[in-house]
Structures are given as structure tokens and as C-alpha cells.
Ligand binder design. Structure first.
Ligand code: ADE
Ligand code: ZN
Length: 322
């Protein structure tokens, strides 16, 4: 690979970085039986019709993640790959409720991930932040309880909260209270919106939850007033091109709306979402776009610069990366 452009990654689910090889290694280590005979058979199952069909496999494979060491190994593998792809700062999502339902608690997950993240700047030259996501297809009360469980880590290991999982039928409004509490705790706020869901969900993420960034947000283009609002307020959108193709949000990379989003003056960034499942990491997405959409060098530099300005890193590190 020629030298990748230095950038930040702002939308990656650590559980979505679980490569089939590591899934089998962890399954062996933990005595977990997988429904697939081999790495190739598992990879062949990575064919999705929509977000839900992906989520079904994504949650099922988490069965192999059991101990602190598993989470450390998962994050370490991602950070090494990200560094090789030019990522200098990563804001990493995790889904504690998906682990709690399997009897794996908050401490195991946060301590395990932190062991890798805390060493990442020295080991890989990658600064990091951890963002805890609530699963929007589970009850709002559970999200509140999850925030309370994470209380010892808030503002320390955990810098922000987000909202993910099945979008349709689960509007941001459902999580008004937990986001208000997270804001009181001084956390950064983001939410997935406008991936499969309508522009109304993006409005709610902004107006009801008060998010600082919108994850995906590609469907904003269906609403001119929304585009104008996002442009005027310079609200960053963490767009995930390979994900959008694999989850059939767009038909082909060649049809991706990212150039229209840039043209509309939106603060767009390029991210990998669940790279183990969607065919590539941050630089792979950037290169895919360049080839499929003919992005110019200037466009690529804008996207990389946006990723740093849209991040939650401190001023000194930001200056170093710009
Ligand atoms: N969880 C992991 N990846 C996701 C995505 N693309 N959308 C919603 N929830 C997710
Ligand atoms: Zn996502």
C-alpha cells in the first residue's frame, strides 16, 4: 500500500473489528462453539440484505468475547491495523448491553479495552477515545441503568455516549433522558441517525439529544432544510461508505452520495463502521471512494482534515495532527 493519508477514525465499533481468524482463536480459547466450520465458511456468511441481517451475525459472534484479555486482544488488533492505514486518532464505540446480556460486565469490557487503548499512543502512534453506545432497540430504562453502571468510568475511560443498533422504529426521542444525564456528566454526545432511518431521526438527534456529530446521516440529503441546518452549524457526519454498500443503504460505491454531501458544504468524514464485516478499514474506504467516485487529492485532504477537526481530541494533539 502506498503511504496512507494521516487521519482520524470517528466511527468504528470495536465489536465490528472482530476478524474471523480472531473469532475462531477466541472461540478455541474460551471453549465456545461457533456455528461455522471454518474461517472461510464464516466469511462467506458476510452477505447482508439490510442492517438487521448484519446485526444478527454481529451480536451472535460476540459470544467469543468473554474475558478482559479478549477485549484487549480485540482492541490491540484493531489499533495495529488502523495505524497501518494512516489512522492517528481513533474514537471507538463499544456496546456494553450486548455483553451484559451474555453475563459479561462493564468492568471486564472497559478494563479490557482500556489496556489496549492506554498503550496505543506509545505503541502505534494512535491517540484514542472510547464512546459507549446504547442499543436503541432495547428499553430506554436499560440505557439509563447502563449509564449508571458506567458511572466510575465517565469522563475517564469513557469520553462520550452514542446510540446504535436497529434504527427503524427506534427514534432518538426514546433516549431523551439518558442523553440529558450524559450531558450533565460532561460527556460528548453522538448518535447514529439517517442510516436506514428518515431525516426526522436526524432532526431529533440534533434537537432532542443535542448530539455534536451525526453517525452516518446520509439520508439528510432527502431534506433540504436539514442539509442547510447541518451545513450552517458545521455538524460533522461520520459517513461509512463500505458499510452503506454492504447494508444496501446504497446500491454501489459508484452511487454513494458522499460527493453530493461535500458539494453541499457538509463536514463529512470517512470511516469504517464494522471493518471486519464490510470489506475494509479506514484507508480502504478512502481508496475505494477515490477509485469509484474519482475523488480528487484535494477532496481526500478535506476529508482527512475534517476527521481531525470533528474529533474530540485535546487542542495540542489536534494541532499536531493538522
Ligand atoms: N452497530 C454496529 N454497526 C452498526 C451500524 N452500522 N448501524 C447501527 N448499529 C450498528
Ligand atoms: Zn455504526
Amino acid at each position: 500500500m502506498s503511504t496512507p493519508i494521516p487521519k482520524a477514525e470517528l466511527h468504528v465499533h470495536i465489536e465490528g473489528t472482530l476478524e474471523p481468524e480472531l473469532a475462531f482463536a477466541l472461540a478455541d480459547r474460551n471453549g465456545v462453539r461457533l456455528d461455522y466450520a471454518s474461517v472461510d465458511e464464516l466469511r462467506a456468511a458476510y452477505s447482508f440484505t439490510d442492517l438487521q441481517s448484519f446485526l444478527d451475525l454481529y451480536y451472535a459472534l460476540m459470544a467469543v468475547l468473554r474475558t478482559e484479555r479478549d477485549f484487549t486482544d480485540l482492541a490491540e488488533a484493531y489499533l495495529a491495523r488502523a495505524a497501518a492505514q494512516g489512522v492517528r486518532h481513533a474514537e471507538i464505540f463499544f456496546d456494553p448491553q450486548a455483553h451484559a446480556v451474555r453475563g459479561v460486565g462493564m468492568d471486564t469490557v472497559v478494563r479490557g479495552l482500556s489496556a489496549a487503548l492506554d498503550a496505543a499512543e506509545e505503541r502505534h502512534g494512535v491517540s484514542t477515545r472510547l464512546i459507549m453506545c446504547f442499543l436503541r432497540d432495547r428499553p430506554a430504562e436499560e440505557a439509563l441503568a447502563t449509564l449508571e453502571e458506567a458511572r466510575p468510568y465517565l469522563g475517564g475511560a469513557v469520553s462520550g455516549v452514542g446510540l446504535d443498533s436497529a434504527e427503524m422504529g427506534h427514534p432518538p426521542e426514546k433516549f431523551r433522558e439518558v442523553f440529558a444525564r450524559a450531558r450533565e456528566a460532561g460527556l460528548h454526545l453522538v448518535a447514529h441517525a439517517g442510516e436506514e432511518g428518515p431525516p426526522a431521526y436526524v432532526w431529533q438527534a440534533l434537537d432532542v439529544l443535542g448530539v455534536q456529530r451525526v453517525d452516518h446521516g446520509v439520508r439528510c440529503l432527502e431534506d433540504e432544510a436539514l442539509v442547510e441546518r447541518l451545513r450552517r452549524e458545521r455538524t460533522p457526519l461520520t459517513v461509512c461508505p463500505f458499510s452503506n454498500v454492504r447494508l444496501r443503504v446504497v446500491d454501489r460505491l459508484e452511487d454513494h452520495p458522499l460527493p453530493r454531501m461535500l458539494q453541499a458544504g457538509l463536514v463529512v468524514t470517512v470511516n469504517s463502521d464494522d471493518p471486519a464485516y464490510f470489506g475494509g478499514y479506514a484507508e480502504d474506504n478512502m481508496r475505494g471512494l477515490r477509485t469509484a467516485l474519482g475523488l480528487s487529492d484535494a477532496d481526500v485532504r478535506t476529508l482527512a482534515r475534517n476527521s481531525v477537526t470533528a474529533s474530540f481530541i485535546d487542542a495540542e494533539r489536534r494541532t499536531a495532527l493538522l
